[in-house]
Ligand binder design. Structure first.
Ligand code: ZN
Ligand code: ZN
Length: 310
């Protein structure tokens, strides 16, 4: 077997490990959610419910093992439960299992309104009824589980500064979506490589919505969750809007089962890892078991390398 030349591999890349891609009416069991890997670190975007199961599924399909403890940044677009409910899983792991304190706490990144509504309603609402009076001290910790990193819309924020040259920068922009606290799309940049994500958004007045914000990224992930639900973009509309020159950098998320086999636009595949660099997007090899799993859901895996057993 031919050996890959690792010496040529550049550090100027972001890996995108996909945990989930769909919404409530799908056979695929996990919501829109992915982990960014940069400089050996992990940031989860819109944590899905059943987070442990999603990580296990990622390991089965792509061979990539990530533990909850290794995730030290969580980035949230908005508080709808298909995007934010996994914050409960994450908060329980960080507070009771890992018992993180001070600067060691997991970052919680988003605009202040989203962070506040999520902490007050989603996380506290669940955890404060979990324990009895003797656990008062634990209850008081609920607002200290995460280290908040507030984002100011349209202003790049240095979220994780490993050193002067290696910094994860996040820029947020508000989309149009009916939800308390607002919904935001993001551009994540690391060593000049960028990944854009629309979050949930309608097109708004200019008819292009957050597409104009994210489409210059080296990879841009846009939702297509709208058939009849307000606040989303239908797949067909997205197809008409996408610039043909930029189409190979697009990956669609938040799609429904019937869209998997239609091949209208390139879909972000669940449990697959993508490498994003200035050279383009490359899906990393998947396991034989993973290939069977993806085909079961109807995905076209013809462009993905399948690992041969050693
Ligand atoms: Zn939503
Ligand atoms: Zn959604």
């Amino acid at each position: 077997m031919e050996q890959k030349n690792h010496a040529e591999e550049s550090e100027d890349k972001i890996l995108v490990h996909v945990l989930g891609t769909t919404s409530y009416s799908s056979k695929i069991p996990f919501f829109p959610s992915f982990i960014l890997e940069y400089g050996g670190k992990y940031a989860i975007v819109d944590p899905t419910t059943k987070l442990q199961a999603a990580l296990w599924q990622l390991e089965r399909v792509s061979g990539k093992k990530i533990t909850v403890a290794e995730i030290d940044t969580a980035i949230l677009s908005h508080i709808h439960s298909d995007h934010a409910a996994g914050m409960i899983d994450l908060s329980i792991a960080k507070l009771y299992v890992e018992r993180r304190k001070g600067e060691d706490r997991c970052r919680f990144v988003g605009v202040p309104e989203v962070l506040k509504v999520c902490e007050d309603k989603v996380i506290t609402g669940t955890l404060e009824y979990t324990f009895n009076q003797e656990m008062q001290e634990v209850q008081n910790d609920v607002h200290n589980i995460f280290r908040q990193v507030p984002l100011e819309p349209d202003k790049p924020c240095e979220v994780d500064k490993i050193d002067e040259e290696n910094v994860l920068i996040v820029t947020a922009r508000q989309g149009q979506h009916a939800v308390r606290g607002g919904s935001y799309g993001f551009i994540f940049t690391y060593r000049g490589v960028s990944v854009g994500y629309s979050g949930d958004t309608a097109l708004g007045k200019d008819g292009r919505g957050l597409l104009s914000f994210i489409e210059d990224s080296d990879m841009y992930i846009h939702e297509a969750g709208g058939v009849c639900v307000a606040g989303h973009v239908p797949m067909k509309t997205l197809e008409e809007l996408v610039d043909t020159e930029r189409k190979d950098r697009l990956k669609v998320i938040h799609y429904n089962d019937h869209q998997i086999s239609r091949k209208r636009l390139p879909l972000l595949m669940p449990w697959v890892s993508y490498e994003v660099s200035k050279k383009g997007i490359r899906s990393l090899p998947i396991t034989q078991e993973g290939a069977k799993e993806l085909e079961k859901y109807g995905f076209d895996i013809s462009g993905i390398e399948i690992e041969q057993p050693k």
